[in-house]
Ligand binder design. Sequence first.
Ligand code: UT7
Length: 327
Amino acid sequence: MAFAGITGIGACLPEKILTNFDLEKMVETSDEWIRTRTGIKERRIADENTAASDLATEAAKRALEDAGLKPEDIDMIIVATVTADMPFPATACIVQKNIKAVNAAAFDLEAGCTGFIYSLSIATQFIENGTYKNILVIASDTLTKITDFKDRNTCILFGDGAGAIVVSRVEEKGILSNFLKSNGNGGDLLYIPAGGSRKPTTIETVRKKQHYIQMNGSEVFKFAVKVMGEAAESALKMANVSLEDVKMLIPHQANQRIIDAAARRLNISRDKVYINLDKYGNMSSATVPIALEEAVKMGKIKKGDIIVLVAFGAGLTWGANVIKWIK
Ligand code: UT7
């Protein structure tokens, strides 16, 4: 059996920063409320000319360079996103065109904020069963494009960004386990009512703002706290790794209080939990690879370290990967 491991990583964040103080001028809120309720201080915003594929393309190029591979070495491109450039073609196909990955199969994966965890799991299967050698897994989201900046319940939370990894056939097992789960019964806790086949876009749906994110924040909060710990524990069990052997937990960056509660439930010390949501907010599927890239770049993750990635999101979906850093 072939082994899968991460051989390259890259990220891309838009330059424009929106601070809590900027938001104070847009809705009835305060820097203090946002910081104490969420932990977020600022977030990045993609400008009107920047789509998910643009951030994904840049992140992908950086991951390829880091892996020392050429675009034509890539066999498959998976883009996890809830903010595709358009309903079709897939954002992954647009990235393929941009980077000239002429030998790749490309498709998008939609699993809400858990999209990166799901995509990494799929890449692992294609590597381990011997079908492919190099797969680009990209998570790119521009949530601010589907956010109502008059709704203070949601607009303070979200930001834009992309992270990418190359998953390759390697000598040493780098992806130790993947745990995925979903519960469609909770779909209406976090969704966009219109713009799909259920309710195609009309002047009326736009007037009712049904093309924007609708969220039951407190219910998502409770769900998140419960499943983050469960997912991490299940993935660790599958990998036969104990929590003491974990160098770092990289959780989906949605809310500081969710992360703190999940860490308490897991009984993992805070210094082992990587947090950067103060700078970027919730970037959906992109939060985990961007945090991973940052931790690696800062030297907090070294060869041989065991890391747990864990996320939850719309669907509802949740999941975790246990990885060994092999670079
Ligand atoms: O990737 C998954 C995406 N979603 C999430 O992860 C969201 C998870 N949920 C959360 O992070 C939290 O539920 C929120 C941050 C969204 C809200 O925090 P909360 O502690 O659950 O507050 P709440 O919704 O219970 O609201 C408390 C109060 C309300 O006022 P009343 O009804 O008690 O008078 C809200 O109207 O805070 C009010 N409020 C605000 N006040 C100032 C809500 N948003 C704001 C705001 N500024 N931006």
